[in-house]
Design a protein around this ligand. Structure first.
Ligand code: SAH
Length: 355
């Protein structure tokens, strides 16, 4: 069998693997052993599977390969944040980020190569090329950060956010299958409540999450609760306006009884006035929710500027008056372009421009 015909073994489920072993006249329980090596222990080659006989390892090598990601470049920020440029089996690159705080170590992972959504303020949107990541490519990013947390901080990974490159709900099956692995005992055994999926807010897919009764947290990149402003920032709002998003969120809450988080950047001259703050407070009443006010991370010399502190204070005051929890989040890893919206494979682009 030629190299190119070998299958990526991590595309197989445990029962697929059991079928393979039985068809080869091997014991069924081998599948579980191999599966644990592949996921729980994250092995990158078959020869390290020490409880598997040499003949069985050769059999596996004949049929399969392990398309493990490689951390191509690791950058350390002054504030402790680490950014990984991760090379995939087809040489494409995505980025993931380790964010340390006093209480937590969070992995921010990518779900797609590039992004198709064209949000005007986001650097990832400038990357045209795109493909979905496979479940193992998402899983491997988490494992790489888990290992870095242990090596550089001697602390465990505590949280995962799908806030890297891409729109997770446009890669629904692979993202859910990765989360399944991350939370299962054969994988990393992490609690779903420590995982947050962030989306631009695709109503149909939010309903699907609710129907699938997922146990992780949902965050919506809102940025404006006024259609006209939101459409200017995020073209997705033209096809999925706030009313539809609101209905999908009501459905989500009915089914899951879980709060959502709204991510919100305040820009000077765009949404830094009282009208926008009040509209946000009103939107927050639709279902139980809280707000994360994130600092704008400049991506170019363009029209967007972080609002003044007074505007941020005004938002917090209006939200708190209405009993809504609002947290102001400081930007992390800006010096290495690791902050929200800055993931754009800058180093790769720089390399290419040298050619
Ligand atoms: N597509 C998903 C996942 C990306 S998350 C989503 O949009 O939710 C990245 C988060 O960073 C989103 O909330 C996004 O709106 C925000 N973001 C994008 N560009 C930013 C920038 N330049 N500064 C601050 N936040 C930004």
């Amino acid at each position: 069998m030629g190299e190119s015909q070998k299958r990526d073994i991590r595309k197989l489920s445990l029962s697929d693997l059991e079928e393979f072993f039985v068809a080869q006249g091997e014991k069924k329980f081998r599948a579980k052993q191999v599966y644990e090596w592949l996921w729980n222990k994250s092995l990158k080659n078959f020869d390290e599977m020490t409880n598997i006989s040499l003949t069985t390892r050769e059999l596996l090598k004949q049929h399969f390969e392990i398309n493990h990601i490689q951390v191509d470049l690791m950058q350390h920020s002054q504030d402790g944040t680490i950014k990984n440029a991760v090379k995939l089996f087809d040489d494409k690159i995505v980025e993931s980020v380790l964010i340390p705080t006093n209480k937590r170590i969070t992995a921010c992972v990518s779900s797609q190569v590039g992004c198709s959504l064209d949000c005007n303020f986001c650097a990832t949107a400038r990357l045209k090329r795109m493909r979905n990541l496979n479940p193992d490519e998402i899983y491997d990013q988490v494992v790489a950060i888990k290992e870095e947390a242990e090596t550089y901080f001697q602390r465990p990974l505590t949280n995962i956010v799908f806030m890297g490159m891409g729109e997770p709900l446009l890669n629904y099956n692979n993202v859910l299958s990765a989360i399944d692995k991350i939370t299962s005992p054969e994988g990393l055994g992490m609690a779903p409540r420590r995982i947050t999926l962030s989306t631009v807010g695709i109503p149909k897919m939010i309903r699907k999450l609710a129907d699938d009764e997922v146990k992780f947290n949902l965050a919506i990149s809102l940025h404006s609760a006024i259609n006209e402003t939101r459409s200017r920032l995020m073209p997705i709002n033209d096809s999925s306006p706030l009313e539809e998003l609101a209905n999908a969120l009501k459905y989500w809450y009915q089914k899951t009884k879980r709060k959502v988080t709204y991510e919100y950047v305040i820009w000077e001259g765009i949404n830094d006035d009282e009208r926008h703050a009040k509209a946000l407070a009103k939107f927050c009443k639709i279902i139980p929710s809280k707000v994360n006010i994130i600092q704008y991370n400049p991506i170019d010399e363009g029209e967007f500027r972080q609002a003044k502190q007074e505007a941020v204070d005004m938002y917090v005051q209006i939200l708190e008056q209405q009993g809504i929890i609002a947290k102001v989040r400081k930007s992390r890893g800006q010096d290495i372009d690791a902050a929200c919206g800055q993931l754009a494979n800058k180093n790769e682009v720089a390399e290419l421009s040298k050619i």
